[in-house]
Design a protein around this ligand. Structure first.
Ligand SMILES: NC(=O)c1ccc[n+]([C@@H]2O[C@H](COP(=O)([O-])OP(=O)(O)OC[C@H]3O[C@@H](n4cnc5c(N)ncnc54)[C@H](O)[C@@H]3O)[C@@H](O)[C@H]2O)c1
Length: 267
């Protein structure tokens, strides 16, 4: 434990929503490796318990909370529990998200549109607000909101998701201005095609089934079609996303706020 004091995030605590998912887990490992204590919030209790076990086995201070970001009570309780345990949250990674269905605009179902907006926009707002209230009381902090390259370009068949991630970038820019006087930085991250992972597998399969003019009906062909639009001609890795979060949170980015960091491009 003594050696951890020399690490870049030693003495800091990060709270991650969607902490049991692919990117949440990768980011938790990244920050833990650099000395941070980790708080993970997610709907998925089973996966949360697995990550907790893994981190504790490596002597990482960790707390997990089963939390639905669409529930104000869940969010308030999880933050209260985290603050009780670690006293101060230095970083909040507002990362929980749902990709939505892959359906052409004229047929996109209203209930799924609402679900996507509720998790990806209202959930992000809710976590951001509670995080900002806490950070004001402790003199500052850094927040990264998970957007997506879909919130920059608007890919086909992803109406709700695209709308939600454009909204996250807007939320980030306004929040950055509102919170700068309190030494709270707010940035967004917009990964494009990241994998291997559950969302990459899901999106190639669902795009293949969406009967659109843009993609083949074979998911393997869709993978190649998507990758051919990426300048680097490969998927971004989970570790590369975590590195982006780490940079935006770090003191090296101490003058960066209201920024949307795009990772890999393409689509
Ligand atoms: N993987 C990618 O290619 C990619 C690209 C761009 C953006 N993103 C964004 O990154 C974030 C994480 O994605 P991922 O790839 O790790 O996906 P994932 O599905 O592995 O993880 C998402 C996590 O969010 C949790 N979650 C969903 N709804 C929730 C809710 N209401 N309350 C609390 N937790 C909830 C899920 O249980 C899951 O553990 C998402 O916001 C996603 O939109 C991912």
């Amino acid at each position: 434990m003594t050696a951890r004091a020399t690490y870049p995030f030693a003495g800091k605590t990060i709270l991650i929503t969607g902490g049991a998912g692919d990117i949440g887990q990768a980011t938790a490992r990244r920050f833990a490796a650099d000395g941070a204590a980790v708080v993970l919030l997610d709907l998925n209790e089973v996966k949360l318990a697995e990550v907790k076990c893994e981190l504790e086995a490596n002597q990482i201070p960790v707390a997990t909370f089963c939390c639905d970001v669409t529930s104000p009570l869940d969010v308030a309780n999880a933050f209260a529990g985290a603050i009780e345990r670690f006293k101060r949250l230095d970083y909040v990674f507002n990362n929980a998200g749902y990709q939505g269905l892959f359906v052409r605009t004229d047929e996109y179902p209203e209930d799924d549109f609402e679900k996507v907006i509720n998790i990806n926009v209202t959930g992000v707002y809710r976590v951001l607000k509670v995080a900002a209230q806490h950070m004001r009381t402790v003199g500052g902090g850094s927040i990264v909101n998970m957007a997506s390259y879909a919130g920059v370009i608007g890919p086909p068949n992803m109406l709700a998701y695209s709308a939600s991630k454009f909204a996250v970038i807007g939320i980030t820019k306004t929040a950055a201005k509102d919170l700068a006087p309190y030494q709270i930085r707010v940035n967004a991250l917009s990964p494009s095609l990241i994998g291997p992972g559950s969302l990459w597998t899901r999106q190639t399969k669902l795009q293949a089934g969406a009967q659109s003019q843009y993609y083949d009906t074979d998911p393997k062909v869709v993978e190649q079609q998507m990758l051919s639009s990426v300048p680097m001609r490969r998927l971004g890795s989970l570790a590369e996303v975590a590195n982006g979060v780490a940079f935006l949170m770090s003191d090296e980015a101490c003058y960066i706020t209201g920024f949307n960091l795009e990772i890999t491009g393409g689509q």
